[in-house]
Design a protein around this ligand. Sequence first.
Ligand code: C2E
Ligand code: CA
Ligand code: CA
Ligand code: CA
Length: 278
Amino acid sequence: AKDEGGSSYHFYTLAMNEQVRHRLEVEGHLRHALERNELEVYYQPIVNTVTRQVSGVEALLRWHSETLGAIGPDTFIPIAEQTGIINDIGDWVLTTGARQIADINRRLGLSLKLAVNVSPRQFRNNSIVASVLKVLESGIDPSMLEIEITEGVLLGNHPETLALLAELKQMGIDLSMDDFGTGYSSLSYLKNLPFDRIKVDRSFIRDIETDKEDLALVKAAIMMASGLGLEVIGEGVESEPQYRVLADIGCDYIQGYLFSQPVDAQAFEAYLRLQMTT
Ligand code: C2E
Ligand code: CA
Ligand code: CA
Ligand code: CA
């Protein structure tokens, strides 16, 4: 058994080295992704549960590296976050997303709200406020913008982060708590911070038709949100039965493959046109 342990340790370090090497490779290419035009903003509709109308859209970043191929945000966002590259990338997503959705709104006579994911690092050096100001100066209405943060942003309870959230709120930007239910202290955060919406994580939605506990938790989240004056978005809705359950228990908005996968700006506009004619 000892010998096996020895060799598996050896194997383990090799695997580790491989991991580190891959990470460094991704990091190296990520640094140039922006200037090489390899990033693209995809859009996924957020649908009003009662009217079934699209009311908003979430920006989801995509990276197609010339050398490494397509790499998912779950892989490259954490690296961008650790290296600080997220500040430039996050600024680019906000600027590009706001411009593309404002154009679509104008062409189609809509007023969709754009939700953008913001990482903890973008709060640490105020880069998020600078980015938002830049977008507002370009003539975008603040009521068109929403920022999604996870509890990671709030961990450590830095007074500066709380001040920045209040500042964004004062500028007229909406705030959403993303991945709701997956962290620890959501309740006190929701009481003390200026959130407008919570997004219930898709892990609670997946089995909601069959799992009584998931159903109970989502119901409780909706009741609590309504008591706090917050709206609720159900994430990762893939089927009509899931939609029905969420509509029945009063979930305000739905997002998921049932309506559309995230798609590029052109496909998103085509999707909206189709919705408007049917
Ligand atoms: P998230 O913010 O929770 O985004 C929702 C994720 O669920 C997206 O994955 C979306 O494609 C996926 N999704 C939506 N509907 C369904 C569904 O019905 N079924 C399933 N199975 N999945 C669904 P994606 O695009 O791979 O993004 C992963 C995560 O990467 C995001 O999770 C977010 O945390 C992060 N991310 C993406 N874009 C950005 C960005 O521009 N900035 C930052 N900071 N993070 C981003
Ligand atoms: Ca999100
Ligand atoms: Ca989420
Ligand atoms: Ca269960």
